[in-house]
Design a protein around this ligand. Structure first.
Ligand code: ZN
Length: 648
């Protein structure tokens, strides 16, 4: 195989059939031949990798991810952390998975396998073989390339966490020896953890996939060749530049639908490829329309979708562990044939996973170390897209009289959460997978929505657009995002980000007290100058004006500080709006008026989305006697609070 493979690949390398103006710096160039052996649930692979040393240092060692080794026994770091379960799906102990390196050498034939060594940079677990390194006989000089030839055998586990097989369905992801990222002169090559996704460099992928001919194949990128082989197999070659991963799927029970999708402004011209399992054909239109909504929303709000294809993979029932996962230009969604019309779960998953082409695919932040930059931004975008296409107050459920928005569900998670972790943390170091999910997804999404309400929608939109444009095809960090937000808004936002990203606390403001008391008749001796000047008449008229002492106390119950607005309403309808910087633990407002208070409300428009308790945001002055009108008014207030909690 190698004899014919090498010259062919080098030929392709030199005269690539597809050439687009590249959008990223190509650090990696993968030319892979992969053959699916369904009986063995395995891939036989050959890989030619050319890697650019983009640093100023000579590099003597290369590090690789062998992600599938997470599934090879119960002692891997992934298995120890997950106890063999992921998002509710369980490991099948009869079907482990692994990647075996059979050959790794330089193009001149120099063997490297003898230098190969498994390392555990994150936890020192010697049973974990998801990262390996090889030593080079000579260093790769700065700004020079090196080319390796690798033969590997990847056995797929029964799918429960993203990659694997179920019967005749194959989701082939994290499946090939993949070089780490040399970042700031050091290898950034983390082990495969339960609570983490991935990080890789941009470049070129050309992958030839060989499967038995009855299999329908979907893969990252554009299909540039399709060959029928003499042995009853078919080979499909896919190509894509400016991506940092390559995934594929194969199943004889897929139905394939292809459709052109174009937008005028911004200009988008792509091909939608839907691979839907036969048992789900009734859901075809829902998948297609939600994907179109996703492409339109992200293109219009962040930047035009630039790739020539987008492939939506629908896994069969029994393989839902593969569902809801993103890869460049290809993602998996999930549905059931009986999914009711007013439940938008597959729409949400489709839009979310498509959206990762932006906040993972193109903006290549480090998901191991700063997951919120991907999942949080994507949750924020998803909430807005869902509200736009499926209704502000009903974007997740609109059935049987029940209306619940995506926003309300995300907020409910934050409200009900503990205070175990801040948002910024290595993904595998969170207290639990629940805490990882809460912080990286929902809370981070709400942080951005709060910022949007604070700065205004136009400013926030400009921040997101600028961030995407400046950092696409690069590896930004949290600092880079904050710098864009401060530059675009013209404001120092450190006070905001430092709290919400680095501390596990909460934000909660409340009206803790309101009362109106009649001002007492003056008693005793008054010797002040004013008293003498205004005389009896003046004093009486002042008493009329100041018949009631009205008091409102606003309290900061949480640790996070956020500027607040307070709306005070009096019995005669007069309204006062106060602004408070929110810094002290409490603030008292006193008004002398000829009439009483009716109500007080902090954050009357519910703009401070991170406030975890809206029900303490307002108080209505209690009547001494039970007045049906006031009782109704108070009920209405409470009802509004509940509404603002479940829908937005
Ligand atoms: Zn996601």
């Amino acid at each position: 195989m190698k004899k014919t493979f090498l010259p062919v690949l080098f030929c392709l390398f030199a005269f690539s059939q597809v050439s687009l103006a590249s959008m990223s710096k190509h650090i990696v160039d993968y030319r892979i031949k992969a053959k699916l052996v369904p009986e063995e649930k395995a891939i036989i692979g050959e890989e030619i990798l050319t890697w650019l040393n983009d640093s100023e240092k000579p590099i003597l060692e290369l590090q690789f991810h062998l992600y599938l080794n997470a599934f090879q026994n119960n002692r891997s770091t992934f298995m120890k952390e997950s106890k063999g379960a992921h998002r509710g799906f369980k490991l099948d102990k009869e079907n482990w998975g692994y990647t075996e390196i059979r050959k790794i050498q330089l193009v001149d034939g120099t063997d490297l396998i003898s230098t190969m060594e498994y390392i555990q940079p994150d936890d020192g677990n010697i049973d974990d073989q998801t990262v390996m390194r090889v030593s080079l006989p000579e260093p790769v000089p700065p700004h020079k390339k090196i080319t390796l030839y690798i033969e590997f055998y990847s056995k797929l586990p029964k799918v429960f966490a993203r990659s694997g097989f179920h019967k005749n369905f194959f989701m082939v992801a994290q499946w090939f020896p993949k070089i780490g990222v040399l970042w700031n002169g050091e290898w950034n090559c983390h082990q495969y953890h339960r609570n983490s996704e991935f990080f890789a460099d941009f470049g070129v992928y050309e992958v030839e996939i060989t499967v038995p001919e009855e299999y329908v194949v979907g893969a990252t990128g554009t299909r540039i060749e399709e060959v029928k082989n003499n042995d009853g197999s078919k080979s499909y070659t896919h190509f894509q530049e400016d991506v940092h991963d390559f995934a594929w799927t194969a199943c004889p029970d897929f139905e394939e639908f292809r459709e052109k999708f174009t937008l005028e402004s911004p200009p988008v011209n792509t091909e939608i490829i839907l691979l839907i399992h036969r048992s789900h054909l009734s859901q075809k239109e829902r998948y297609l329309s939600s994907l179109k909504n996703g492409i339109e929303f992200y293109s219009q709000n962040y930047g035009a979708y630039p790739y020539p294809t987008i492939t939506l993979v629908d896994p069969p029932l029994g393989a839902l562990g593969a569902g809801g996962m993103e890869y460049p230009t290809l993602f998996t969604s999930m549905t059931f044939s009986w999914m009711p019309k007013g439940i938008y779960i597959s729409e949400m998953v489709t839009i979310h996973e498509f959206g990762h082409n932006y906040w993972y695919g193109m903006v290549g932040s480090n998901e191991f170390e700063e997951a919120w930059l991907d999942e949080g931004m994507n949750t924020y975008s998803e909430i807005k897209a869902m509200a736009k296409y499926y209704g502000e107050d009903r974007s997740m459920f609109n059935t049987c009289g029940l209306r619940i928005s995506d926003f309300a569900l995300q907020r409910a998670q934050v409200i009900g959460s503990g205070r175990m972790d801040p948002i910024l943390k290595n993904s595998w170091e969170y207290y639990s997978s629940g805490s990882y999910g809460l912080n990286s997804y929902s809370k981070a999404g709400l942080v951005l929505l709060t910022l949007e309400k604070y700065l205004g929608e136009d400013v926030m939109s400009e921040i997101m657009r600028t961030y995407f444009d400046r950092w696409k095809f690069k590896h930004p960090t949290t600092k880079d995002f904050i710098a864009v937000a401060e530059e675009v808004s013209g404001q120092d936002l450190g006070w905001f980000f430092n709290q919400v990203l680095s501390s596990p606390d909460k934000l909660d403001y409340a009206i803790s007290r309101i009362n109106s008391r009649q001002v007492k008749e003056p008693q005793g001796i008054f010797k002040g100058k004013k008293e003498a000047d205004e005389g009896i008449q003046g004093r009486e008229s002042r008493q009329k004006e100041e018949l009631y002492r009205n008091e409102v106390v606003v309290e900061r119950k949480g640790e996070w500080i956020f500027p607040q607005e307070i709306l005070i309403v009096f019995e005669n309808g007069e309204e006062i709006r106060e602004k408070w910087d929110g810094r002290e633990r409490w603030k008292k407002y006193v008004y002398f008026k000829p009439y009483k208070l009716k109500s007080a409300q902090v954050d009357p428009e519910n703009k401070v989305i991170l406030d975890v308790n809206y029900t303490n945001n307002s108080r209505v002055l209690k009547a001494k006697k039970v007045s049906p009108l006031k009782y109704a008014l108070k009920s209405m207030f409470n009802f509004q609070n509940i509404l603002s909690f479940i829908s937005f």
